[in-house]
Design a protein around this ligand. Structure first.
Ligand SMILES: Cc1cc2nc3c(=O)[nH]c(=O)nc-3n(C[C@H](O)[C@H](O)[C@H](O)COP(=O)(O)OP(=O)(O)OC[C@H]3O[C@@H](n4cnc5c(N)ncnc54)[C@H](O)[C@@H]3O)c2cc1C
Length: 256
C-alpha cells in the first residue's frame, strides 16, 4: 500500500499536520487550492495564513490554559507556534503576530522540507483510497463540503464565525485615549503600551451601542450562518472599569 500521507488544506491545521508527519519520516503531499481557487477571507497563497485576528490569545503558560497549550505545542516543535513566536508583535501577555512574514516563514519551512511535496489544486471529492487528512477548515470549498455532507448524512455544515471589528488608528482621539496593556502585562515599555484604551462615560457607551445597532448591517456570504462566537463580538471586547460608569474598548493589536 502507498505509505504517502495526503493532506487537504494548507491552513494552520494542515500545515502543522504536514510538518509533524514529515518530521517523523512520512512522505507528505499537501494539497492546497489557493491561490488558484480563492476563499472570501484568505488574502494570499501562503500556507498557515491567519484569517481575521492576528492574535493567538494569551501566551502565559503559568496562568492561562491557552498559554499552556502554546507551551505544549512548542515542546512538540510545533511549526505554527514557533513561527508565531519568531514574528510576534508587542501585545502585553498575548501572542500577536505580524501576519504576512509569519505566513511566509511557514510557507518557506514547508517548501524546504525534504519530505513534503505541495500540490496546488482543489480536491472536490472524498478520496476512497490511501491515507488522507482533511483539514479544509471553515471555508471548505463547496464541492468538497457537499461530498462531506453526503458522506456524513448531514444536509448542512456550519461554523461559529467571529465579527471582531478593526478600528482605524487615525479615527481615535489620542487626547482622550491612552496606551496601556491589558492587566498591566508586559516586560518592555512597548509591550506595556500595546493597546489603545478608549474611555467612555456610561452615556457615551450607551450612545455608542445605539449607533452600532442602527448602523448598516453586513450581508451574509454564501454558506454563512448566524452562529457567532460570543468571545469575539465587539461589545464583549468592552471592559467595564468602574461600576459601569466608564468602560474602555481596546483596538486591534499593533501592526507593523
Ligand atoms: C471570516 C473568518 C474569520 C475568522 N476569525 C477568526 C479569529 O479571529 N480567530 C480565530 O482563532 N479564528 C478565526 N477564524 C477561524 C479560522 O479560520 C481558524 O482559526 C483557522 O484558520 C482554522 O485553521 P484551519 O487550518 O482549520 O483552516 P484554514 O486556515 O481556513 O485552512 C484551510 C485551508 O484549506 C484550503 N481548502 C479548502 N477547501 C479545499 C479543497 N477542496 N481543496 C484544497 N484546499 C482546500 C483553504 O484554501 C485553506 O487554505 C475565522 C474564520 C473566518 C472564515
Amino acid at each position: 500500500m502507498d505509505k504517502t500521507l495526503h493532506i487537504i488544506g494548507g491552513g494552520m491545521a494542515g500545515s502543522e499536520a504536514a510538518w509533524q508527519a514529515a518530521n517523523m519520516g512520512v512522505q507528505v503531499v499537501l494539497h492546497e487550492m489557493r491561490p488558484k481557487v480563492e476563499t472570501f477571507a484568505h488574502r494570499t497563497g501562503n500556507f498557515g495564513e491567519m484569517v481575521c485576528s492576528n492574535s493567538f490569545r494569551s501566551d502565559d503558560h503559568e496562568q492561562n490554559a491557552v498559554g499552556l497549550l502554546h507551551w505544549e505545542m512548542l515542546q512538540a516543535d510545533g511549526l505554527i507556534i514557533k513561527t508565531a513566536h519568531a514574528h510576534r508583535l508587542p501585545a502585553g501577555g498575548a501572542l500577536a503576530v505580524d501576519r504576512d512574514p509569519y505566513a511566509q516563514a511557514v510557507t518557506d519551512a514547508l517548501n524546504a522540507h525534504p519530505n513534503i511535496r505541495t500540490s496546488f489544486e482543489e480536491i472536490t471529492e472524498l478520496p476512497d483510497e490511501g491515507h488522507w487528512i482533511i483539514a479544509t477548515g471553515p471555508l471548505t470549498s463547496a464541492d468538497l463540503g457537499a461530498a462531506i455532507a453526503r458522506e456524513t448524512g448531514r444536509d448542512a455544515l456550519a461554523f461559529f464565525d467571529a465579527i471582531a471589528p478593526i478600528v482605524y488608528a487615525e479615527s481615535i482621539d489620542m487626547g482622550q485615549a491612552w496606551k496601556q496593556s491589558r492587566y498591566d502585562k508586559g516586560e518592555t515599555e512597548e509591550e506595556r503600551t500595546a493597546y489603545i484604551n478608549c474611555p467612555m462615560t456610561r452615556d457615551q457607551y450607551e450612545a455608542f451601542i445605539d449607533a452600532l445597532l442602527a448602523a448598516d448591517k453586513t450581508e451574509f456570504h454564501e454558506g454563512e450562518t448566524a452562529g457567532y462566537f460570543d468571545g469575539c463580538l465587539p461589545i464583549c471586547n468592552c471592559v467595564v472599569i468602574t461600576h459601569l460608569e466608564h468602560c474602555t474598548i481596546s483596538s486591534d493589536f499593533k501592526q507593523k
